[in-house]
Design a protein around this ligand. Structure first.
Ligand SMILES: [Zn+2]
Length: 279
């Protein structure tokens, strides 16, 4: 059965489809998926009232670039597809895209460590270097039931404010970013932080909290030392090593690749077009 129902309308859209598909496969690789639930989306820069999101019903590792749904912020699916979207996903994503023009990607799913940490009364604690990255950066949103109600849109936006990271209590994590790489790499560090915290709490031993001043210092240092493009490219390189069969291949976006491409004088657009024909 072919799931390829939608033809990407442009080279940038095709590139985003490949990157978003990679993000779903990375979730599976890291063990963050929850059967068919959870959703990652990316806004189309050429059509800012549209975004790509997973078709409801597919496992994350069944998602392909062209099976991703293109959805307008009013909920209309653009093009044909045999799947619909998850209504909770659509509710969360369209609400944020409409109110936060600075946001171009949203990541949300139900990892075991994420849901466990989200249910702790104290939330995320400054227990590790990873945790320091998030000092004073996190919004919290109380659980109101499955997020399909219109009434939750207002509380969701109010709680998120201008933050990029939100812990949905008793539910999981949500990150947003200027692009997919930004939102996904933030989620990677958040997930790592949650795994460390939950493992530490499970020991029942006393732990050392990192002082406020040090946390604040790390937040400043992070802007210098942390490089999302390099992290994303490393993740995708690692993913490609596992995809030995005829999986769709395209180069991930990122500063490092841009530099390499300039150096080698490769025509990225033609190269990408040649690669996507194989889909
Ligand atoms: Zn959810």
């Amino acid at each position: 059965m072919s799931l390829y129902k939608v033809s990407p309308s442009s080279a940038p859209e095709a590139k985003l489809r490949q990157e978003l598909s990679d993000a779903y496969h990375l979730c599976v690789k890291y063990g963050w998926d929850d059967l068919i639930y959870g959703h990652i989306s990316v806004r189309l820069p050429e059509e800012p009232d549209c975004y790509l999101i997973n078709p409801f019903g597919l496992l994350f590792n069944e998602i392909t670039p062209n099976s991703l749904l293109k959805v307008r912020v009013d909920g209309k699916i653009i093009g044909n597809n045999e799947f619909n979207y998850n209504p909770a996903g659509e509710n969360i994503h369209h609400t944020i895209y409409l109110s936060r023009p600075d946001v171009n990607s949203i990541v949300h799913f139900h990892s075991t460590n994420g849901v466990a940490l989200s249910s702790l009364k104290d939330g995320l604690l400054p227990l590790s270097q990873h945790a320091c990255h998030f000092y004073n950066q996190i919004a919290y949103h109380d659980y109101e039931g499955i997020a399909i109600e219109e009434t939750e849109q207002a509380t969701l936006l109010h709680d998120l404010g201008d933050k990029d990271i939100m812990i949905l209590r008793n539910h999981g994590f949500l990150t947003v970013g200027r692009n997919l790489q930004d939102a996904f790499c933030t989620m990677y560090t958040l997930e790592k932080t949650a795994a460390i915290q939950m493992k530490l709490l499970a020991t029942g031993k006393e732990f050392a909290m990192i002082p406020k001043e040090v946390c604040e210092k790390v937040v400043q240092q992070t802007t210098v030392i942390k490089n999302c493009d390099l992290e994303w490219n490393a993740m995708v390189r690692d993913l490609r090593k596992e995809q030995t069969e005829s999986a769709p291949i395209s180069l991930p976006a990122g500063r490092l690749l841009e530099l390499l491409e300039k150096y080698e004088n490769i025509d990225q657009e033609n190269l990408f077009a040649a690669q996507t024909i194989q889909h």
